[in-house]
Design a protein around this ligand. Structure first.
Ligand code: C2O
Ligand code: CU
Ligand code: CU
Length: 502
């Protein structure tokens, strides 16, 4: 059996770095044939499943107010601190929140703006940072794990938003070893950079759909990561949209809506479709595509974003729901990922007023020129048994993350070809900080295919057994992380450091 083969191979592996390894007692293991118990947290979950209310009106994310006194500047404060949320009737849930809310407030700024955000860390005795996922900010403003903001202290993050940088970004903590936990406890928010001239008709609106993945214990608390969570990435019990379960959106018949979908979950792959609305992809992680692309379904892996125009031409309730997607799972407890209703859209009988057409061209995207060098990054998973339990590692080129080590040195402004080779048993969504790249090729079992359209991306899923080739250029000097955006895998070592020289 494939899985057994993988385990046997993994047991023989000697792991280089003990720092990045998960250790657990065999008692907590729940793998067939491994002598462990049947997953106790799975059983507990089924018995005590907490019911969350559904069908509330989809709320707009509260905006982070701009306190600047002049145009062209966005100045605000973000405070990370413990808060109490009420997801389920009669149960208090201790969470971590930005400015008291989860997801954090929506940040909206314009191309050309200067941003100055004071970050206050009021998390009890834990360092944190704010990382501006996907944004072209200087390395020393990007919330690297090397630049922690100690508990009880604050710092200012300052950067300019270059022309052409309009897109759907997000922000989340990135402290060493604590990113996964701080995110699943509630710290993540959307950051939209708007273009001064936007080709998408204003009549479509601009609706944020930020997906998070909540797990609640019977008492309303958020449980810590189990062994299975560390291996597979933490998949929760409730996919929330802007913090709500299956909320409702009302539109007129014939209306079109611009939707920005964010996968802000730790590890849940979302394969999405509407039953009764047509979808047109208009943008990716780093902003608009060159031209709209019709789509029946969309795979949004952890960390990715997509911009859509949905056309609601049929009356009645229409749902945004999930399809099954096998991203590789170790051990029992593979979550049922198909058939979840994430959002319900009530389409009224009254017709929408004149709905403008989507332009045929959105913006030019210039393909990258030929690369000056290429790099190969091989993703692997390892397991080893020792007297105290099972050790796991998620590695890039055989190494676990080390903050003090530079894995690659690059030169600012040079185009590079990166070949990401997934030799592991799970899909790994690969992310690079500080820039946007262009995927040029997928290869699987010797078959090479081109992506269906050119797009600016900062996160791309690399399916198990697949190789993805991408072109990228870092324009600013400094240290940049690249890693799997299953945050538990990042925590267990699947991350490296690129040092960009000027
Ligand atoms: Cu969302 Cu290191 O990134
Ligand atoms: Cu990032
Ligand atoms: Cu991964």
């Amino acid at each position: 059996m494939h899985r057994r083969g993988f385990l046997a191979a993994g047991l023989a592996t000697v792991l280089a770095s003990s720092r990045a390894l998960a250790q657990t007692k065999m008692d907590d293991m729940s793998m067939p044939g491994m002598g462990g118990h049947a997953g106790h947290d799975m059983a507990a979950m089924a018995q005590d499943a907490v019911i969350l209310p559904e069908g509330q009106v989809l709320r707009d994310l509260p905006m982070l107010a701009n306190e600047a006194d002049r145009p062209g500047l966005f100045r605000a404060r973000l405070t990370a601190e413990p808060a109490i949320a009420r997801f389920a009737e009669g149960r208090d849930t201790p969470i971590l929140a930005y400015n008291g809310m989860s997801p954090g407030p929506l940040i909206e700024a314009f191309e050309g703006d200067r941003v100055e955000i004071t970050f206050a860390n009021r998390i009890d005795s834990e360092a944190s940072t704010i990382h501006w996922h996907g944004m072209p900010v200087p390395a020393d403003q990007d919330g690297n794990p090397m630049d922690p903001v100690a508990a009880g202290t604050e710092r200012v993050y300052a950067f300019e938003l270059p022309e052409g940088s309009a897109g759907s970004y997000w922000y989340h903590p990135h402290p060493h070893g604590k990113t996964a936990e701080q995110v699943y406890r509630g710290l993540a928010g959307a950051f939209v950079v708007k273009a001064k001239a936007d080709p998408i008709p204003a009549e479509y609106g601009d609706t944020m759909l930020v997906f998070t993945d909540l797990r609640l214990a019977a008492d309303g608390s958020i449980p810590s990561n189990s062994m299975s969570d560390l291996m597979n990435g933490r998949v929760g019990d409730h996919v929330l949209v802007n913090g709500q379960k299956n909320p409702r959106l009302s539109v007129a018949k014939g209306a079109r809506r611009r939707l920005r979908l964010y996968n802000a979950t730790n590890a849940r792959f979302l394969k999405l479709a509407f039953d009764g609305a047509t979808m047109t992809i208009i943008g990716s992680d780093g902003g608009l595509l060159a031209a709209p692309v019709a789509a029946d379904e969309i795979l949004l892996s952890p960390g990715e974003r997509i911009e859509l125009v949905a056309s609601f031409d049929m009356p009645g309730p229409i749902t945004l729901y999930t399809l099954g997607y096998d991203r590789g799972w170790m051990g029992p407890g593979r979550p049922a990922d198909a058939g979840l209703t994430l959002l319900t859209v009530d389409v009224s009988d009254s017709e929408a007023e004149t709905v403008p057409q989507l332009p045929a061209r959105l913006r030019p995207i210039a393909p990258f020129a030929a690369p000056v060098l290429s790099r190969r990054l091989v993703l692997t998973e390892t397991m080893a048994m020792n007297p105290t339990g099972m050790e796991m590692g998620f590695l890039i080129n055989g190494k676990a993350f080390d903050m003090g080590r530079v894995d690659f040195v690059a030169r600012a402004g040079e185009i590079e070809l990166w070949e990401i080779v997934n030799q592991a048993d799970m899909d790994h969504p690969f992310h690079v900080h500080g820039t946007q790249f262009q995927v040029i090729e997928h290869e699987r079992d010797g078959a090479v295919s081109k992506p269906p359209y050119l797009a600016w991306k900062d996160t791309v899923n690399v399916a198990r057994g697949e190789t993805v080739r991408l072109l990228l250029r870092q324009d600013r000097p400094g240290q940049r992380m690249y890693h799997c955006h299953i945050l538990e895998h990042e925590q267990l070592g699947m991350m490296g450091v690129l040092d960009v020289m000027s």
